[in-house]
Design a protein around this ligand. Structure first.
Ligand SMILES: Cc1cc2nc3c(=O)[nH]c(=O)nc-3n(C[C@H](O)[C@H](O)[C@H](O)COP(=O)(O)OP(=O)(O)OC[C@H]3O[C@@H](n4cnc5c(N)ncnc54)[C@H](O)[C@@H]3O)c2cc1C
Length: 435
């Protein structure tokens, strides 16, 4: 491990000794129940640790506290001609600590990868109260690299209190296109055809008809109301290469049935398109009071077939379904829209399990970017055998041998707090701790 023990945080160790468990929390925007606190937990919110400690333009490294929002890092980096690539749609409010906790992605993960590709170092408060540091601005430390293990560990290894982030130079040129298709299939074919040309766009996002309708009703975005699907494609780089890529992309979009293609002519137009994409989820609240947003990833070429099956499941169960997703990397986000007052949540969960199974049968993964949390821990058996899970548990035990950190998350054990092994809970309650 690259750990340098620097000190101790007494409160954490005291909490552990009293039998409490600890749930690290950022902004609480996570979508897999990662911050749900069970009976004996102390929730440690890091939102007030929001200082950008330094930005080193030459080294292209930012040192930040975990409560800084994702957008604040990007805004601060821009002043130095740099940017931070991971850009979850929640970037205005979600924290860098939470982004690291979930290994968050976002539209630009297609070209740049998710958080794990952009975190160089982490300061972590271990459940013992020790403060350890892994990695940092200097690359190539000898020994095991624990940073990628901590990124995506969903608060189960310790509390992140500082991060060293990789920044990238702002691209010289950015071009954003929006293409309209009659249906999802033709849009998805165009997306695969673009990748087949060898161009890797910075982002490639798809919105379906339901989402387009909701956005038009909720916001002043004026998307084509008759579109069966909308493909948002962005390329960035040196002006010369962006020109070449733009020519290829426009050709491929038309060859694959785009009925209309527009290029954002100004920064304001570009921002409006991204605003539409990032507000899609909020707009869906107009249709039904409740929704269940899924997160699964499948091979990109399987997207049309998987979505056909997913839509058929929603229809069979009687739910409206909306899709807005990162088509470039096959990261699907089907949203089941329902009214919990008249449609039982248990049925929604059944439909959701079927959706997940379809994605896994297509060669996909349990989660694309939202994490396992409490939502999918009981599905871990579908993809990992007992030996795999045991190996993962032993890795966790190296940091947290007593299971103090965020218990019940990631590892199978139940799908609600009540199902989590309760020895600690009983002890804490017997001692009169708050619940
Ligand atoms: C409208 C909307 C759009 C979204 N779009 C995207 C998207 O495009 N891409 C994407 O990946 N996600 C997306 N999300 C999901 C969510 O925003 C991300 O998972 C985000 O990374 C969570 O950050 P947070 O600060 O809210 O963390 P929280 O929800 O508070 O915590 C998330 C997890 O990280 C752990 N954690 C938090 N802080 C720390 C810390 N300091 N130390 C250790 N562990 C910690 C928690 O224990 C928990 O397991 C979206 C959510 C919403 C509501």
């Amino acid at each position: 491990m690259h750990a340098l023990a620097k000190g101790r945080v007494a409160g954490i160790a005291a909490g552990d000794a009293a039998g409490a468990t600890i749930v690290p929390r950022g902004a609480g925007t996570g979508l897999s129940g990662g911050t749900i606190a069970c009976a004996d937990a102390i929730v440690v919110a890091t939102t007030r640790l929001r200082s950008i400690v330094s930005i080193d333009r030459a080294a292209r490294v930012a040192v930040v506290e975990p409560g800084v929002t994702n957008l604040a890092v990007s805004v601060a980096a821009r002043e130095h001609g740099l940017f931070f690539a991971p850009d979850p749609a929640s970037q205005k409010i979600s924290t860098i600590g939470g982004n690291a906790g979930t290994n968050a992605g976002g539209p630009h993960a297609l070209r740049y990868g998710s958080m794990v590709n952009h975190v160089l170092g982490i300061e972590l408060v271990l459940p013992s109260g020790e403060i350890a540091r892994f990695g940092g601005a200097v690359a190539d430390l000898a020994g095991y690299d624990c940073v990628p293990l901590i990124v995506g560990s969903e608060g189960t290894l310790g509390i992140i209190t500082k991060l060293w982030l990789r920044l990238l130079p702002l691209p010289e040129d950015v071009r954003t296109f929006v293409a309209i298709f009659a249906d999802i299939d033709s849009g998805a074919r165009a997306a695969s055809a673009i990748i087949a040309t060898g161009v890797v766009p910075a982002a490639m996002e798809m919105l379906d008809k339901v989402t387009i309708g909701a956005l038009n009703a909720a916001f002043d975005v004026h998307l084509p109301a008759d579109a069966g699907s909308l493909l948002l494609v962005e390329v960035e780089g040196l002006s010369e290469e962006v020109d070449d890529w733009a020519t290829s992309i426009l050709r491929v979009l038309k060859q694959n049935g785009a009925t209309d293609v527009r290029t954002a002519a100004t920064q304001a137009e570009r921002e409006l398109l991204w605003k539409a994409r990032k507000l899609g989820y909020a707009a869906l609240a107009r249709i039904k009071p409740n929704n269940y947003l899924h997160d699964a990833v499948v091979p990109r070429t399987k997207v049309p077939a998987v979505l056909r099956e997913v839509n058929a499941i929603a229809e069979r169960y009687g739910y409206i379904i909306a899709n807005m997703f990162h088509i470039g990397d096959g990261n699907l986000h089907p949203v089941l829209l329902f009214d919990a007052r008249i449609q039982p949540v248990d049925r929604v969960m059944e439909a959701s399990a079927e959706i997940l199974k379809v994605a896994l049968n297509a060669g996909g993964a349990l989660t694309g970017e939202h994490g396992v949390g409490l939502e999918k821990n009981h599905f871990m058996f579908w993809v990992f055998g007992p030996e795999d899970l045991d190996a993962q548990r032993r890795a966790r035990d190296a940091f947290d041998p007593d299971g103090t950190m965020n218990p019940g998350k990631i590892f199978p054990g139940g799908d609600a707090c009540a199902d989590i092994p309760t020895e600690r809970t009983k002890r804490a309650l017997a001692e009169g701790m708050w619940v």
